[in-house]
Structure formats: structure tokens, C-alpha cells
Design a protein around this ligand. Structure first.
Ligand code: NAI
Ligand code: A1CAB
Length: 267
């Protein structure tokens, strides 16, 4: 499978690295192009991908075209470039950009896939959500399965669910990193070494979330196992609730969903 990346920033490189690491794509089957040439130079160095001379050439020489630039730039694809995608599978990771807006730009593509991946794909621990524009052929489904499996796990969702899914799995890593950052800063301020605090936070996070996933138990039951009556966890959770933590989570998710909807309506 020959894959071409238009855009070679954080996400494009995370995917390309995953593909090469899992052997889905040999380096000589990968191409990339970026706006300034900086991202594509890094991707080329990391993966062995070839840097294409133009987007048109990249599209012509790829079986699958991955759009990995900023959502606002979808309409910078020219008619000539779009024509080169006739009969090809076009995969977009552009947050908020709908299948309809992709179809308007790439009317002759064989099929379109909208994917929301995340940065842990860099280490094969990503999770992606995705939807097809048309019911995929067996080979299209197989190609997308193979591509996404190289990044981690993947779940198909209806397109109208992608706004919420984006916040959970696309933005989610930043949420957990922010928690780690705040915990380590608070620990440091109270005399615990910052690096040790970050390790403790990361390993506790990994262990707790693995337990939640493996046990399939209601998070409330898992919380109850930790809380001792009037103990330390009780103090922590009561303080969080008193300060409006549930409302903060709910409102911040709404604000992010609203931004995703806004992006889907923008040109
Ligand atoms: N960073 C993340 O965690 C995630 C990002 N995404 C999506 O991935 C896309 C890329 O995001 P990042 O990699 O974080 O951004 P980035 O800023 O790191 O990379 C963007 C890349 O696109 C290139 N580019 C800019 N304008 C271009 C144009 N007109 N034609 C071709 N290439 C162009 C840039 O040179 C750069 O290589 C965005 O649409 C974002 O919504 C989706 C899921 C997660
Ligand atoms: O911040 C963004 O818009 C993208 C989508 C999910 C992660 N990064």
C-alpha cells in the first residue's frame, strides 16, 4: 500500500511512524509533503519517507492519501490536485471537517474516511475513531483496518458522534498530560521531587485506567474500593466536588464539542 501524507506535523508523523514500526508500509512506499518543508524533512528522517515535489505528484503516486494539515486548509487543495485523487482512498484526520466537506473537495475519490486519531499512536498505544463516506468495499475496509491497527485500537462511529468522540480520544491525551503536569507541580510545591511525582502520576494513571478497562466495572465501584470513610481519598474527592470538578468536566467538554462543530461549519 503506497501512502502519501499531505501535512507532516505532530499527527502526520505519529501515524507515519506507527505504519513503519508495524511494517504496514515500507519506507519506500511512503511519501510526504508539508507547507514549509520542515515537517516533511523530519518525517523523511524518522521514517525514510520520500519528500514529494508537489501535492499533485504525491497524490498521483499514492494508493491512499492522508490529509494531516490544519482543518482550515482543506479548501487549499486545487481542482487539479483533487482530480489526481480520482479512484483513490482519501483519509482525513482534520478535526471537525465533515465527510461532506471532504466530498466537495475530492468528488472523484473512491471513498473518503474521516479519522480522529491521537498522539499515543507514536508508541502504538493510540485509539482512533472513524467513519466512511460510503459503505467500504472489502479491500477499502481492509486497508483502513490495517492502517489504524498500526496506531493502536480503532472504533467506527456514526459521523454525528465524532464531535464528542474527538474530545475524548483526540483531545484526551492533552487532558491527561495536563493532569500529570498539575499533579507534579502541586507535589513539587509540597516538597516531593517533581520527576518522581510525574512517574507516580503516570504509573498510577496507567494502572488505574488499565484496571477500569480490564474489569469493565462501573467507575463508581472502583472509586468505592479506594475511599475509606472520612479518609484521605474522601477529603480529595469532596474537595474536588466542592470546587466544581464535575461541572468543570461537563462544561469543558461542551466548549470543545462546540469548537469542533464550529470547525465543521467553517471554510
Ligand atoms: N495533534 C493531535 O493530537 C491531533 C491532530 N489532529 C488533526 O491533525 C491535523 C494536523 O495537526 P498537527 O499534526 O497537530 O498539526 P501540525 O501543525 O503539527 O502539522 C501541520 C502540518 O501541515 C502542514 N501544512 C500546513 N498547511 C498546509 C497546506 N496548505 N498543505 C499541505 N500541508 C500543509 C504543515 O507544514 C505541517 O507539516 C489537524 O487537522 C488536526 O485537527 C487529529 C487528532 C489529534
Ligand atoms: O486540537 C485539535 O483541534 C486537534 C483535534 C484533537 C487533537 N488535536
Amino acid at each position: 500500500m503506497k501512502i502519501g501524507f499531505i501535512g507532516a506535523g505532530n499527527m502526520g508523523r505519529a501515524i507515519a511512524n506507527g505504519l513503519v514500526a508495524k511494517g504496514v508500509c515500507k519506507a519506500d512506499a511512503l511519501q510526504c509533503i508539508s507547507a514549509s518543508g520542515k515537517g516533511s524533512a523530519i518525517m523523511a528522517e524518522q521514517t525514510g519517507a520520500r519528500i514529494a515535489a508537489s501535492k499533485k505528484e504525491l497524490i498521483e503516486q499514492s494508493d491512499v492519501v492522508v490529509l494531516a494539515f490544519k482543518p482550515q486548509h482543506l479548501e487549499t487543495i486545487t481542482d487539479e490536485e483533487a482530480k489526481a485523487a480520482t479512484g483513490k482512498l482519501v483519509v482525513s484526520v482534520l478535526a471537525g471537517r465533515t465527510l461532506a466537506s471532504m466530498k466537495a473537495v475530492f468528488p472523484e475519490a473512491s471513498n473518503l474516511v474521516r479519522v480522529m486519531p491521537n498522539t499515543p499512536s507514536q508508541i502504538g498505544k493510540g485509539v482512533s475513531t472513524y467513519c466512511f463516506e460510503q459503505t467500504p468495499s472489502d479491500s477499502q475496509q481492509a486497508e483502513v483496518n490495517e492502517l489504524l491497527a498500526s496506531l493502536g485500537t480503532a472504533y467506527e462511529v456514526a459521523e454525528d458522534q465524532l464531535h464528542v468522540a474527538t474530545v475524548i480520544n483526540g483531545c484526551g491525551p492533552a487532558f491527561y498530560f495536563r493532569i500529570g503536569q498539575l499533579i507534579s507541580e502541586a507535589a513539587d510545591a509540597r516538597g516531593l521531587d517533581k520527576d518522581l511525582a510525574l512517574k507516580l502520576a503516570a504509573e498510577t494513571g496507567i494502572g488505574s485506567l488499565e484496571l477500569m478497562k480490564a474489569s469493565k466495572r462501573d467507575p463508581k465501584d472502583l472509586i468505592d474500593e479506594v475511599v475509606s470513610p472520612n479518609g484521605v481519598t474522601h477529603a480529595l474527592l469532596t474537595s474536588l466536588d466542592r470546587q466544581g470538578f464535575p461541572k468543570i468536566i461537563d462544561q469543558s467538554m461542551q466548549d470543545a464539542v462546540d469548537r469542533s462543530i464550529e470547525l465543521s461549519q467553517s471554510k
